[in-house]
Write a protein that binds this ligand. Sequence first.
Ligand code: SF4
Ligand code: SF4
Length: 375
Amino acid sequence: MPSDRLPDIGSTITIEKPAFNLLLSRLKEEGYLPIGPRIKNDSLIYEEIESLEDLPRGYSTEQKPGSFRLVREKHARYFDIIPGSHSWKQFLFPSRVELFTLRKNGKGWENTTQPAEIPSYAFIGVRACELAAIQIQDNIFMRSDFTDPIYRARRQRVFIVSVNCTHPAETCFCTSMGTGPRVKELFDLSLTELDDVFVLTVGSQLARRLMTGIPFDDASGYILTNVEHRLNHAEQQMRRRLDTSDLPELILEHLDHPYWNEIGKRCLSCASCTQVCPTCFCWDTQDEMSLDGKTAKRTRVWDSCFNPGYSHQAGGNTRPTIYSRYRQWMSHKFGTWKQQYGTLGCVGCGRCITWCPAEIDITEEIAALRNEVKR
Ligand code: SF4
Ligand code: SF4
């Protein structure tokens, strides 16, 4: 196909896989820093990528409660993996951000804070549930009455290449949350990987422009049917379910149920679930003073409702027990979040299940609470 033709917004095209490297080069020329999934220390992380060769080609992931494993496969596909503990949250809402630094100046203090250099990120391989999580955090950090300047500065130039999931993990339940596995909106380019080609739907003017000079074909009926078939198959493959029909009432009307004590005996209050969750947004500030007393710094850090210090306030700790902290987490995600932001706070990515060392599975806990309430 002549390379001077550009695809229309909303159109679906195919490119040969090596041509994706041209797209990455274009993004870099436009000042973007491509971030994608990479294998490091036998795990899967999100980090800067240079080319397709950095992606986890020929792998899948096996995920179970408390367990994550990379599996070498015979295929040569790049996007058959399901993400690990990393999420895009760490780039938009970083785990540590310096808020200000002050230096003693005579009798007063001088603000010596250096403006942070914020890259323009190109996220490569954003899953449908992860897009839903970004949307949830947009609603939190960019409200009409308040916008977090750190989040906004990082979010406003992000270029998103989403990926349709064709091989969900055992811990995924995005179909129950209405967030996946197919990507519907909020992308610049939406990608589905077939054996020989990448199928791309063009979602923005910038994505269209970036296709300049990149050879492509319009997706044939056969290709579109193939994509549809794979996505339907992925939906059917997803066995894990979460019944949301009686949420948030099930939780909010049974906050004193003895079942919370039972969960409290198994939970370690390690906070892993909140750290890997792409929607959790609790934070704290830490102040540091240099030993000579001449410099002071304030840093924003991720916090968690599972940390005892999080609910410590004048008069003591309002959630001194593990069961009360677990109840806070679950009743916020699946209860009061809806009152605050209009949706539940979970997108069904399954990370909290995979990365819980006690193998606590939120879908099973909600089902168990429901059964206990009925008894
Ligand atoms: S539910 Fe699991 S991951 Fe979360 S705090 Fe408890 S033990 Fe840790
Ligand atoms: S609560 Fe668990 S499944 Fe839901 S979005 Fe957070 S990590 Fe994913």
